[in-house]
Design a binder for this molecule. Structure first.
Ligand code: B3K
Ligand code: ZN
Length: 868
C-alpha cells in the first residue's frame, strides 16, 4: 500500500491546540457540486500558532483568516496545516463536495432522492476542513439552500431561525443549535417527505414539537416510532429525571444507512428499518427493535450529547451507558425476563465470540486504526454489562445518585470513562478501584465454582476461582471484581437465607481474588445453588450441576432468568455430549426425563407464553461454536437439527395443542399478544419437522393477516426445507418486490437457506429488481445472512462460499468499506476451523491484504487476523 494506515493510541491523547466556539455553515446543495462555506471563531489554547484541520476528499476553494486571503498552509494527506495564525481569528473555508458519488455513506450523501449526513465517528471531515474530534465543542448555525420543488424540507440541528425563497426556484432555511457540540453530532437533511407530527409536554411544562419524516406514501408506517419516542421521553423523565432540552425533536427515516440510527442533536437520522412499521410489513421483532432504537437515540441526548466523549477511545462512555438505558427502558415497558434473556443471548453468542477473535479488545480500546471498526459488541453490549454490574453493586438509588453527580460535574463537556466511574464511586461511597479493570482488560473471564455440603457442621461452602484467557496483545490477566449473584434452595424450592457466622450475607458475592471461598451456615440439607443469577457478570460459568438439579431449577428458581438459564445448561450438556458422539460416528440420543422437563414447561399453566417461548428456544449455531476452540461444523449442525427433530417428535402433542390454542384473529401490538405469537410460532418451527409440518406451515402462510405470522411460516419452511418453501417465497416476492425493506426478510431467507444449492439461489437473488449491493440493508440481509447464518453452505468444503465472500468483499472495499468491514467478521475467525477450511479462508484474506487500495477498515481487521 502506498500509505500504510497509522494506528492511534489512547495513551497519546493530547488536548486540542485551539478551540472553536462557534461555526456558521452554508450548504448550497447540488448532486455533483455542493458548496460548503464554513466560518468559525477560533482561539489558540496552547503555544502552537499552526492549526491542524481534518479533511478528506474535499476540493478546497478558499481560505481566509479574519477577512484576509491566506496562503500560508499545507495540504496534507488527510487534512490542512495552517501556519502563523494570530491568537484569535475568524476562519473562513470554502470547499466543494460531490454527494452523489459518495457511496461510502459517510459525510454528506444521497439516499434515494434526499440529501443526508452521517458524521460519527469521523465523517464531518468529508464535509469541510475542521477539528473533527469530539472534545472540540462549538455552537452550530447552519443555512441550507436547495431546489424548492425537489427538496421542500431543509433540516439541520437545533431551532429554525429563518427561511426564505430565492430566484431560480431555490429556497433556504437557517437553523441554530444553542447547545455546543462536537462535529460528529452535526446533521443536515434535505428532501421531500411526509411528516407525522405530535407534541410532548415535558415534566416542567415545556412543549416539544415531535416530527417524523418518512418517504412519501409511508405515513401509515410511522405511528409506532412516534409512540416509542413519546414513551422514551416519558421514561427518561420518570426513571432518570432527565428532560429534553430543545423545542423540537426530529427523526428522519432514510433507506441508505450504514448502521441502525444516529443521535444527531435534535435531528436523528434513522435507517428506515428502525422507523417504518405496520402490521402488514413489520414483524413483532421489528416493532420491538424500533422501540429500542428510538429509545436508544433519544437517551443519547443526555448520555452522549449533553455529556460527550473526550476521545473515541472513550466510546463506551456513551454507548455502553446508553445501551444499558435502552435495555432498562424495554424491560420496564415489556417483560424484564425476556429482555434479559435476549440481551444475554447476544453477549454469550456473539460478544464472547468477538472476545475470542483477533479483534478482541477491552470496552475502552487502547489502539485503533479505523474508529468505525470499534462500534462493536464489546464496546456496546459488554459495555452495557459493565454499567449493569455497577448498577448491581450500587443498587438503583445509589446508581441514580451517581448519574446526578456525573451530570453535575460533566454536563456540557467531553468526559472519560474514568470520570463516569469516579462519579459513581464518589456519589455512592462504594469502592470501584478494582472494578475499573473491566475497562482495560479484554477477554471473557471464566468462573469455576465448586461446592461442599458439610452435614455435621450444617455448612455449605462455595469455592470460586476466576481466570481470564490471554487475548491478542494482552498475555497477562489480573483478577477482576466480579459480582456473583446467588441463591440457595432447599428441596421444596424455598430460598434459604444466606448467613455466615450467624450474620446475614448479601446475595451478591464480591469475587475479587483468583480463588475465593464462601461458607454459609445454618444449612440443614444439601441445597441447590442458583449461580450467576440475572447473568450478574459477563463471564462463563462452570459448575458441575447434575440433571436433577437443573430440572429442579427450571421449575423452582425464583427468578425467570435463572429458570431459563438452567434449561439452557441442560440443553448445552446434551448438545455437547451428542456433538462428541456424532463426530465419532455415533447417533443422537437424549434421555426421556430431559425431554419431560421441557414437556413440563410446555404444560405449565403459570408461565407467560413469551417466557415459555424462550425456554424452548435452542441455542444458536453461533452460540454453540463458542463452546469450542476448534469447531466441527457438520457435527454441530447435525446435533442441533437432531435435537430439534427429537423434541418435535416427542412433544408433538403438546406443541400441536399450544399451536391451536394460541390462535388470535386480531393482530395487536401488545406485549401479551406478542408473547402468544412468539410461542405459537416457535411451536410451528418444531412442528415443521413433523408429518403435518408442510400443511400447517402453508396454511399459516395463506391465512396470515400480519407479517409476524407470514415470516414465521416462511422461516419454518426454510429451515425444515419443506415442499411448500419455493411457492411461498415466490408468492411473497411477487407481493413485495416493490418494497426493498419488506424484501429484506425474503433476502435473509435466501441467504440462510440450508438447501444444497443455496449459493446458486443466492446469486440469482442478487439479480432481483429489489436488490442492490449499494444498499447496506439489502447487502446485510442477503450476504450477511449467508456468511453468518448459513454455516453449512458458507463453510462448504468446495470453497465456493469463501470465494464468493472474497469477491463481495473486494467489491465492497471500494464502494462501502464500513459495510465490508462488518461482513468480514466471520472470516476473521478462520483459526477455529479445520486445516482445509483454514487455508481456504486465509487465501481470501491474503488476496484482500494484497489489494493496493485496501481501505483502512479492512486493512486493520485483515492484518490482525493474519498476524495471529
Ligand atoms: N452513535 C451511532 C453509531 C455511529 C456508528 C459510526 N460508525 C448510533 C448509536 O450507537 O446510537
Ligand atoms: Zn448509541
Amino acid at each position: 500500500m502506498a500509505n500504510m494506515p497509522q494506528a492511534k493510541y489512547r495513551k497519546d491523547y493530547q488536548s486540542p491546540s485551539h478551540t472553536i466556539s462557534n461555526i456558521n455553515l452554508t450548504f448550497d446543495l447540488y448532486d455533483r457540486m455542493t458548496t460548503v462555506s464554513a466560518i468559525s471563531t477560533v482561539k489558540q489554547l496552547k503555544t502552537e500558532t499552526s492549526l491542524y484541520l481534518d479533511g478528506e476528499g474535499l476540493q478546497l476553494k478558499e481560505i481566509q483568516i479574519s477577512g484576509e486571503n491566506w496562503s500560508n498552509y499545507e495540504e496534507l494527506d488527510a487534512g490542512l496545516l495552517i501556519h502563523q495564525l494570530p491568537e484569535e481569528f475568524e476562519l473562513r473555508i470554502i470547499t466543494e463536495i460531490s454527494p452523489i458519488d459518495n457511496t461510502a455513506l459517510e459525510g454528506l450523501y444521497k439516499s434515494g432522492g434526499a440529501f443526508c449526513t452521517q458524521c460519527e465517528a469521523e465523517g464531518f471531515r468529508r464535509i469541510t476542513y475542521y477539528m473533527d474530534r469530539p472534545d472540540v465543542l462549538a455552537t452550530f448555525t447552519t443555512k441550507v439552500v436547495a431546489d424548492q420543488v425537489e427538496y421542500p424540507y431543509l433540516l439541520s440541528n437545533g431551532n429554525k431561525i429563518g427561511e426564505g425563497s430565492l430566484a431560480n426556484g431555490r429556497h433556504w432555511v437557517q437553523w441554530q443549535d444553542p447547545h455546543p457540540k462536537p462535529a460528529y453530532l452535526f446533521a443536515l437533511v434535505a428532501g421531500n417527505f411526509d411528516v407525522l407530527r405530535d407534541v410532548f409536554t415535558t415534566k416542567s411544562g415545556r412543549n416539544v414539537d415531535l416530527e417524523i419524516f418518512v418517504d412519501r406514501g409511508n405515513l401509515d408506517r410511522a405511528p409506532h416510532a412516534m409512540t416509542s419516542l413519546i414513551n422514551s421521553m416519558k421514561w427518561d423523565e420518570e426513571r432518570f429525571g432527565l428532560e429534553y432540552d430543545l423545542d423540537i425533536y426530529m427523526v428522519v427515516a432514510v433507506d441508505f444507512f450504514n448502521m441502525g440510527a444516529m443521535e444527531n442533536k435534535g435531528l436523528n437520522v434513522f435507517n428506515s428499518k428502525y422507523v417504518l412499521a405496520n402490521e402488514k410489513t413489520a414483524t413483532d421483532t421489528d416493532y420491538l427493535g424500533i422501540e429500542a432504537v428510538i429509545g436508544h437515540e433519544y437517551f443519547h441526548n443526555w448520555t452522549g450529547n449533553r455529556v460527550t466523549c473526550r476521545d473515541w477511545f472513550q466510546l463506551s462512555l456513551k454507548e455502553g451507558l446508553t445501551v444499558f438505558r435502552d435495555q432498562e427502558f424495554s424491560s420496564d415497558l415489556g417483560s424484564r425476563a425476556v429482555n434479559r434473556i435476549n440481551n444475554v443471548r447476544v453477549v454469550r453468542g456473539a460478544q464472547f465470540a468477538e472476545d475470542a477473535s483477533p479483534m478482541s479488545h477491552p470496552i475502552r480500546p487502547e489502539k485503533v486504526i479505523e474508529m468505525n471498526n470499534f462500534y462493536t459488541l464489546t464496546v456496546y453490549e459488554k459495555g452495557s454489562e459493565v454499567i449493569r454490574m455497577i448498577h448491581t453493586l450500587l443498587g438503583e438509588s445509589k446508581f441514580q445518585m451517581g448519574m446526578k453527580l456525573y451530570f453535575q460535574r460533566h454536563d456540557g463537556t467531553a468526559a472519560t470513562c474514568e470520570d463516569f466511574v469516579a462519579a459513581m464511586e464518589d456519589a455512592s461511597g462504594v469502592d470501584l478501584e478494582q472494578f475499573r479493570l473491566w475497562y482495560s482488560q479484554s477477554g471473557t473471564p471464566k468462573l469455576t465454582v465448586s461446592s461442599v455440603f458439610d452435614a455435621e457442621h450444617k455448612t455449605f461452602s462455595l469455592s470460586v476461582s476466576q481466570q481470564t484467557p490471554a487475548t491478542p496483545g494482552q498475555e497477562e490477566k489480573q483478577a477482576l471484581h466480579i459480582p456473583l449473584d446467588i441463591e440457595l434452595y432447599d428441596k421444596h424450592g424455598a430460598a434459604i437465607p444466606l448467613t455466615s457466622n450467624g450474620e446475614p450475607v448479601h446475595h451478591v458475592l464480591d469475587i475479587k481474588k483468583p480463588n475465593q471461598s464462601f461458607v454459609f451456615d445454618g444449612i440443614d440439607e444439601a441445597p441447590i445453588p442458583s449461580l450467576l443469577r440475572e447473568f450478574s457478570a459477563p463471564v462463563k460459568l462452570e459448575y458441575d450441576y447434575d440433571d436433577k438439579a437443573l430440572v429442579f431449577l427450571m421449575s423452582h428458581a425464583k427468578n425467570d432468568f435463572a429458570r431459563w438459564d438452567a434449561g439452557q445448561m441442560l440443553l448445552a450438556k446434551y448438545l455437547k455430549e451428542n456433538i462428541a458422539r456424532i463426530a465419532d460416528g455415533g447417533n443422537f440420543d437424549m434421555p426421556l426425563d430431559v425431554i419431560d422437563a421441557f414437556r413440563g414447561v410446555l404444560l405449565s399453566q403459570s408461565l407467560e407464553p413469551a417466557f415459555i417461548a424462550e425456554m424452548i428456544s435452542l441455542p444458536s449455531f453461533n452460540e454453540v461454536t463458542g463452546w469450542y476452540d476448534t469447531v466441527n461444523i457438520e457435527a454441530i449442525n447435525f446435533a442441533l437439527k437432531a435435537l430439534k427433530m427429537n423434541l418435535a417428535k416427542e412433544l408433538e402433542d403438546e406443541l400441536t395443542a399450544i399451536y391451536h390454542s394460541l390462535y388470535q384473529d386480531k393482530y395487536l401490538v401488545e406485549h401479551e399478544a406478542i408473547g402468544m405469537r412468539a410461542l405459537r410460532n416457535i411451536a410451528l418451527s418444531y412442528l415443521a419437522f413433523t408429518e403435518t409440518g408442510n400443511q400447517l406451515v402453508e396454511q399459516q402462510y395463506r391465512s396470515s393477516n400480519n407479517m409476524t405470522d407470514t415470516i414465521a411460516a416462511m422461516t419454518a419452511a426454510n429451515s425444515a426445507e419443506l415442499e411448500c418453501r419455493d411457492a411461498l417465497m415466490a408468492d411473497y416476492s411477487e407481493k413485495w418486490s416493490h418494497d426493498g425493506l419488506v424484501m429484506d426478510k425474503w433476502f435473509a431467507l435466501q441467504g440462510s437457506n440450508p438447501c444444497n444449492d443455496a449459493l446458486a439461489k443466492l446469486k440469482l437473488s442478487m439479480e432481483h429488481d429489489a436488490f442492490s449491493l449499494k444498499n447496506p440493508n439489502r447487502t446485510r440481509s442477503l450476504i450477511g445472512s449467508f456468511l453468518n447464518l448459513n454455516p453449512v453452505n458458507f463453510h462448504s468444503l468446495s470453497g465456493e462460499g469463501y470465494q464468493f465472500a472474497g469477491e463481495i468483499l473486494r467489491e465492497m472495499n471500494e464502494s462501502n468499506p464500513q459495510v465490508a468491514s462488518r461482513l468480514i467478521d466471520p472470516l476473521l475467525k478462520f483459526k477455529k476451523y479445520d486445516e482445509i477450511r483454514q487455508s481456504m479462508i486465509k487465501e481470501e484474506l491474503l488476496q484482500l491484504q494484497a489489494l493496493d487500495n485496501l481501505a483502512k477498515d479492512l486493512f486493520e481487521k485483515v492484518n490482525k487476523a493474519l498476524e495471529m
